[in-house]
Write a protein of this length. Structure first.
Length: 100
């Protein structure tokens, strides 16, 4: 039996890696992937606590978060492709949609 704090430490490490990549990287694809990594870290904590308390509600919440993340991935990638077609770059600093 693995103690719950192992899962929480792993989730904290994954979340910190996601935050670090979100703040440091300038490529919009990398920023997008770091957001997904943070969502998965939160999902890991939900599953760990759900297993610890023998409750299904945490796992159901993870299911809904995964559905929203999948929809967000589809819409987000479509937006990223549209931005690349118009601006010819994926650099976050050079993308400014308010200017022509």
């Amino acid at each position: 039996m693995v103690p719950i704090y192992y899962y929480l430490i792993l989730a904290a490490i994954l979340f910190c890696i996601g935050i670090g990549a979100f703040l440091i990287k300038r490529n919009i694809i990398t920023v997008f992937m770091s957001i997904e990594l943070m969502l998965n870290a939160v999902n890991l904590t939900f599953v760990a606590f759900s297993h610890m308390h023998h409750a299904v509600q945490g796992q159901l919440f993870v299911f809904f978060v995964m559905v929203v993340a999948a929809a967000e991935a589809a819409v987000g990638l479509a937006i990223i492709i549209a931005i690349f077609r118009t601006r010819q770059t994926l650099d976050v600093d050079s993308i400014n949609l308010m200017k022509n």
